[in-house]
Structure formats: C-alpha cells, structure tokens
Design a protein around this ligand. Structure first.
Ligand SMILES: *[C@@H]1O[C@H](CO)[C@@H](O)[C@H](O)[C@H]1NC(C)=O
Ligand SMILES: *[C@@H]1O[C@H](CO)[C@@H](O)[C@H](O)[C@H]1NC(C)=O
Length: 297
C-alpha cells in the first residue's frame, strides 16, 4: 500500500515535471449527430493530432454518459446547459489548467466560442472553428450521415415555430436558428445565439473574453451544402428582411458596432479566415497539416 502510494506520488511528480514541456492540450467538440469518439470523425481527428504532436493531451468532449446520449444531446440538450457542463468539465481537468487550444466542428464551433466568452478560466488559447454557424442558419437543407430522419423532423419543427418557448428550450438547432425575415423575433427569442452575439444587450465580459484569444481561426467549406448560408462560417449572413443577398462580416453591424470585439481582433491580426475546398467538414490530411497544425503547437 505504502509502496503503491509512493509510486503514485513519484509518478505524479515526474508527470508534473514533464508537463511543463508538453505542447498545449487540445479540446475538441463534435458536431450535430456525431459523438466524441466516432472512429470515422472525431476519433480519427484525435489520432491524427496525437500522431503529429507527440505527448499532446486531447480531450474529445462527450456530452452525456454514453455515446448514444452524446449523439442525442447534440439535438435535444439545451446549448446553454451543454456549455455550462463543458465549462465545468474543463475547469476540473488538471491537464487543462494552464490553458488549452480548442477545435469545434460545425455547431461545436459556436458552442466553443460560447465557452471562450462565458468561461475565461482556464484560458482558451487558439479557437479553431470548422464550419461553425456563427451567425446561425436559416434552412436545414441536408443532414449528415444516419440522422436524416431526425433531421426531417427538426426541419418541420423549425418551420412551425423555431422561436416558440418550448422549441427554443428543447431543440438545439432552434437555438441558433436565425430568421432574417424576422430579425426582431430572433433577437428577442433566441436563447443561445442572440445571447452570445450580444443581440439583446452588451455583456462586456463576453467581448473581453473573446478578445483574449490569441487567434480565432474560422474555416469555411467552399462546397458546403449543409449550412445555409455557408457564409455564416465566416460570420456573414443574409441582409435583414430577405434571404438572398449576403452581408460579409466586415460590413455587418456585429463588426461595425464591434459588439464582440471582432473588429478590433481583425485589426490586430487575431482573426484568421481559412477556406477548404470541400463539402461540410471535408478536408484532406495535408490541408489540415499545413493550415491547422501550426495553431496547435
Ligand atoms: C455576462 O457574462 C458573464 C459570463 O457568462 C456572466 O457571469 C454575467 O452574469 C453576464 N452579465 C450579464 C449582465 O448578463
Ligand atoms: C421584442 O421585444 C420588445 C421589447 O420587449 C417588444 O416591444 C417587441 O414587440 C418584441 N418583438 C417581437 C417581434 O417579438
């Protein structure tokens, strides 16, 4: 017993010593209908990073207590609760206490941005958003993988009343539904996206916390047919009162009024806009190595 305890303490001391020389840890948040550990998505990404950056600690977030729960929660667990749970998990993880990089996939991109804005300790260093919908979506054209029957149901529900209280509380995708024909209703009723985008009021700490990122990397997929509009991945969105013409970030109010500090970050070179010439979340290993890896080391 004593020997085991000694071994444990020694191991811990050595680990702490080695730790200081380790690369920054990485937190990954998967997208809709996916899980932490799918060997064809997040599992493969985790392995790829671990292979390229020896010794890195990678936490691929599981929302819930099983893979099934994790997948279901990506549709039905209130985004604000999800962000709260993740903040708590991150704050308790000894490996993350000196700061961490974060990579969010699809809706995981805007969820991790909420983590950066709401939970500054431990600090997020670089945030990389792959196809995140930072100005929301207006449409649900296609869904990934095996979740298309759930998606058909979600599409109907969103069209019936995305901004009703019951739908807002329980349907994740309603919480970043952004109807350009009803901007005022979106501002009033969206319990997640309108809050993190400071549509209702300014929370100065959201701004300060986001600006504390070293780099905020936004990856857009040039052949994306799942996100409507795909420009949302770079913070662009439809001009209000119509759903055709796109206003890019730099011409939109969130930037000109600088509600999130994005303008200041842009001027300081903290925003990085990347494009991958693929369908939603599709990129090659080589593309990842040359474009993303530098932000993880
Ligand atoms: C601003 O955001 C912080 C972090 O989430 C929160 O603790 C605080 O209550 C918010 N302030 C207001 C006025 O909502
Ligand atoms: C939005 O909220 C304001 C202030 O509470 C209210 O006056 C307005 O009627 C609301 N608009 C919609 C479309 O819900």
């Amino acid at each position: 017993m004593a020997a085991a305890l000694f071994g444990f303490c020694l191991g811990f001391a050595v680990l702490s010593l080695v730790k200081s020389g380790l690369p920054p840890p990485l937190v990954i948040w998967h997208g809709m209908g996916d899980t932490c550990c799918n060997p064809f998505s997040m599992g493969a990404i985790k392995k790829m990073v671990e292979r390229k950056i020896p010794g890195i600690y990678v936490l691929s977030l599981e929302i819930g207590n099983s893979l099934t729960e994790d997948m279901e929660n990506s549709f039905f667990l209130n985004s604000n609760r999800q962000v709260e749970q993740v903040c708590e998990q991150i704050s308790k993880d000894v490996n993350l206490q000196n700061g961490y990089n974060a990579m969010g996939f699809s809706q995981g991109g805007q969820f991790l941005r909420a983590v950066a804005q709401r939970c500054p300790f431990p600090p997020m260093l670089n945030l990389i958003s792959f196809g995140g919908q930072h100005q929301g979506v207006y449409g649900f054209p296609r869904c990934p993988g095996e979740s298309s029957h759930i998606c058909d149901w979600i599409r109907k529900t969103l069209n019936l009343g995305a901004y009703t209280k019951a739908v807002q509380e329980h349907l994740v995708q309603a919480q970043y539904w952004h109807d350009p024909l009803n901007e005022e209703q979106y501002r009033n009723s969206s319990i997640f996206l309108a809050d993190i985008n400071q549509e209702r009021y300014l929370n100065e700490s959201y701004r300060k916390n986001l600006m504390a990122l070293k780099k905020f990397v936004l990856v857009k997929f040039l052949k994306d047919s799942m996100v409507d509009p795909a420009e949302s991945e770079w913070f662009g969105f439809y001009r209000p009162a119509q759903a055709k013409e796109i206003v890019p970030l730099q011409e939109s109010l969130i930037y000109t009024e600088d509600r999130l500090g994005l303008k200041e970050m842009d001027k300081a070179g903290q925003l990085v806009f990347l494009a991958s010439d693929g369908q939603h979340l599709q990129f090659s290993e080589d593309w990842f190595y040359s474009n993303i890896l530098p932000f993880l080391q």
